[in-house]
Write a protein that binds this ligand. Sequence first.
Ligand code: URA
Length: 465
Amino acid sequence: MRVATLAREDDFDGWRGLARALALDETPPDQVVWQVGDEISDLLGSAAPAAEPKKDYAFSVPRPFIDLARSVVYHRDRARFALLYAMLVRLRRRPELIQDQTDPALRRLEGMAKEVRRDIHKMRAFLRFRELAEPDGGTRYVAWFEPEHHIVRANAGFFVDRFASMRWSILTPELSLHWDGATLREGPGASRADAPEGDPVEDVWKTYYASIFNPARVKIGAMLKEMPRKYWKNMPETALVPELIAGAQAREAKMVATSRNDVATNAEAAWAALREEAKGCRRCPLFKDATQTVFGEGPLDGAIMFVGEQPGDQEDLAGKPFVGPAGQLFDEALEKAGIDRARAYVTNAVKHFKYEQRGKRRIHSKPNAGEIQACRWWYAQERELIRPTMTVALGATAARQMLGKAVTIAGTRGQPHRLEDGGEGWVTVHPSFLLRLPDREAAAVEYERFVEDLKRVKERIEEMS
Ligand code: URA
């Protein structure tokens, strides 16, 4: 028996190193006991510790498994490390297993990863800060949160980015995070009583989330559907909820029954508010020369989101995505692939037209990394609302926005990508690329490939629904 000891509950790097070392030694999964700290080694007495991982080992597993394992490690199920190791051993023999949607062990792991992603999302959506005066006269914003899984550390970067200029602390039962505007410090777990009482700081919240969450605040049905009860007590808008539902089971049942409509109505209102706000966007300098912000459009419950690069000349004038020549080619290809554009949400990675003026003509100019990053906020808000099952990135700029890093089309095309929010992403070429190809034969071949990509997306959506 070997004992594999991890430093912390969310020790993904530790798990990966030990799992690799154990697998290279051909250690069977049933011969390994996984523990966090030294919780069980005393019981096992003479069991040998698992080997230290070596730096120079040669090892390869499918990339999607690493992404899956990273999420599963944060799950609270104590069997997660052993389940992942057993899957790793099987994948070394049969890498294609990672595609096998019928494999029960893989499905179990994917279910766990989904629960973790949902928990990560809940922490982002339902955490609320309260104000605390600091001895130096400054303000610290403190929030209490009880996650289901070991996700706090994994979520830290999100809060640092969103609330970079504030001093804040997030207290949870296992771990606390403290940000002073420059460095992030970890502290021990806390209790609810350690967090200040009183009203959450609505303004802070509103600045970042108003478009998404304000409408939901007056819709109890939507809250019931979207928000687990345990978060209610943290949130100002839910102060009324216990009263409203106390002893009113019938009303609660009715609210849940109608919550589907409420969520749809709220989503529409939130989307409209978001688009309104985007009209005044000054996050990067592109607003200066463009006619207007071109926001995404389409049904908010659409399963597919298409992401283009940025509006072109005609889109900039019309205020709608993909209505010019590239849009017409896109429409034709969609029709050939059997996808109804009216049922998809279509947006762009960057929402202002970037161009160079040459005489009377406005010549498209590629958005740079900073502009793509600046527009990520709007893209993320659109995703929050739509939660597409499938996202199709048209071209490298869209792929960069979707995957959060610079990629090539050749390296990412033709395979599913697991996205941060749990959706599936595909990458294909941009229709403008097809329009620019000088050789007609080559253009015809590339057009067919594009249609094939879209057909594959359609099949995937059908498989998934
Ligand atoms: N190209 C894009 O990427 N988006 C549009 O909306 C139009 C052209």
